[in-house]
Design a protein around this ligand. Structure first.
Ligand code: SAM
Length: 291
């Protein structure tokens, strides 16, 4: 744990503020009660902060990744939607996901026999298991096999191995940049069984339109079915967030998988509605020139 504060954490009138430098014209500030952990790993600067409105949060290189208050929205949406589409999701691969929130949700399915979680940074996992328990649940399910490696290098070697792949990446800068490239999606397609499916977080439909559209098109070129869905996650810029699902065979949701499940955000109505998109997103996905 280091003593010096990073530049995005400043003291103003005796109060501590985290300022996420989202883009030139948008900066988001959170008032912070306490720095729980701050340290530099081999890959990124890691902090666990206790904030006034969002409770504890994981911050990587100054960017909020997940929080005690809204982390479950993202983790449930990226997990339960694909797992209610694949009829027999036994072998799962998670790429990234260092806060362990996605693995925690996947473990709620008895049908799942094995989960490989490939995270580049073991420090994120260690710190989140210790200090971000609202999100990680201090995960200790024996079905989870942690592999500390670069997700891109890991999937390149695979052929027809997984039923479902979930890409829980950070924004496409630094180590996560390659997780949005065409060759990575090609490797994912190859790593899935012949009836497999994948889902990734595909950024903000408001602020990252090009990334969202490019991911969608790349997945569409490879898979029989592509579907984009959204959720509102307050600590992600703009709130509205997109997920893109690519499937080789299945696209029907089995709502019985959702009913009675122990969740805080997701229910049958949310899953029914999440694929209904605002008109501007349909336009962005269908018209190359739309801005
Ligand atoms: N839910 C979050 C969001 O959308 O901002 C993502 C959270 S999760 C903490 C993202 C994880 O991806 C980080 O722990 C990071 O270390 C990991 N990661 C980034 N690049 C990676 C790569 N190339 N291979 C594997 N994991 C990677």
């Amino acid at each position: 744990m280091e003593n010096k504060l990073p530049t995005y954490l400043t003291e103003r009138d005796g109060e501590l503020w985290l300022t996420e430098d989202e883009r030139e014209n948008l900066k988001i500030s959170y008032r912070i009660k306490n720095v729980i952990y701050s340290g530099q790993s081999k890959f990124q600067h890691i902090m666990i902060l206790d904030s006034y409105d969002f409770g504890r949060m994981l911050v990587l290189d100054g960017v909020v990744q997940t929080t005690s208050i809204d982390g479950h929205i993202y983790n449930e949406m990226i997990t339960h939607v694909p797992l209610s589409i694949h009829p027999n999701p036994e072998k799962i691969l998670i790429i990234g996901g260092g806060d362990c929130g996605v693995a925690k949700e996947v473990c709620k399915y008895d049908v799942v026999k094995h989960i490989d979680m490939v995270e580049i940074d073991d420090e994120v996992v260690r710190v989140c298991k210790q200090e971000l328990i609202d999100v990680s649940g201090n995960l200790s399910d024996p079905r989870v096999n942690f592999i500390f490696d670069d997700g891109v290098a890991f999937v390149k070697k695979l052929h027809s191995e997984y039923d479902v792949i979930i890409i829980d990446s950070s924004d496409p800068v630094g180590p996560a940049e390659a997780l949005f490239e065409k060759s990575f999606y090609e490797s994912l397609h190859k790593a899935l069984k012949e009836d497999g499916l994948m889902v990734c977080q595909s950024q903000s439909p408001i602020f990252h339109r090009d990334i969202m559209r490019t991911s969608y098109k790349r997945i569409q070129q490879l898979f029989s079915y592509v579907n984009l869905y959204t959720a509102v996650i307050p600590t992600y810029p703009g709130g509205l967030w997109s997920f893109t699902l690519g499937s080789k065979k299945y696209q029907e949701i089995d709502f019985r998988r959702i009913m009675g499940r122990e969740t805080k955000y997701i229910n049958v109505e949310m899953v029914q509605r999440c694929f209904s998109l605002p008109q501007f997103i349909y336009t962005l996905l269908s018209d190359e020139n739309a801005q």
